[in-house]
Design a protein around this ligand. Structure first.
Ligand code: T46
Length: 134
């Protein structure tokens, strides 16, 4: 069984006023959360990502709208829709990922296990393949 696609189910703490979700590090999110960022206002036809991380682990949640995420561990690829504020996807380290088909209202929230570090990025697909095979 492949661990490429790992959904994180986020319990909705809703009541008759509406919905609320809480994300806690080392509970629902399987690491200490060191950084939060969000991607929004993505222009039509734009794709993002196209890299893997050496060590960083992330959870991505589309809190409004939707986008498609391609995950690739060098052996298999999977495409999933992120379209629910109650469903996150784990982006493990050494997983090549791309985001496509952003809806204009998409807000993609990302929880990350480390501070920003450009040297953690693998931006060449051939370097990624070399690294996963060594
Ligand atoms: C990822 C996917 C899902 C920072 O200065 N700090 C940050 O924490 C981040 C995330 C980005 N930046 C700078 C680096 C670039 O100059 O913001 C600019 C845009 O980042 P990037 O081109 O890497 O954006 P994406 O959407 O291709 O990738 C981002 C994350 O960088 C990446 O870690 O996994 O979202």
């Amino acid at each position: 069984q492949s661990d490429l696609v790992q959904w994180i189910e986020i319990p909705k703490l809703g009541d008759d006023r509406g919905s609320l979700v809480a994300l806690e590090g080392n509970k629902i999110v399987p690491f200490d959360i060191e950084r939060v960022y969000y991607i929004f206002g993505t222009k039509p036809g734009v794709a993002r990502g196209f890299h893997a991380h050496k060590a960083l682990k992330q959870v991505a949640i589309c809190i409004t709208g939707k986008c498609k995420m391609l995950l690739d561990n060098g052996i298999e690829k999977a495409e999933v829709w992120l379209d629910s504020p109650a469903k996150g996807i784990l982006i493990n380290h050494l997983v090549w990922h791309e985001m496509h088909e952003f809806s204009t209202d998409c807000v993609l929230l990302v929880l990350a296990s480390e501070h920003y570090d450009e040297s953690d990025y693998i931006r060449e697909y051939s370097d990624f393949i070399t690294r996963v095979n060594t």
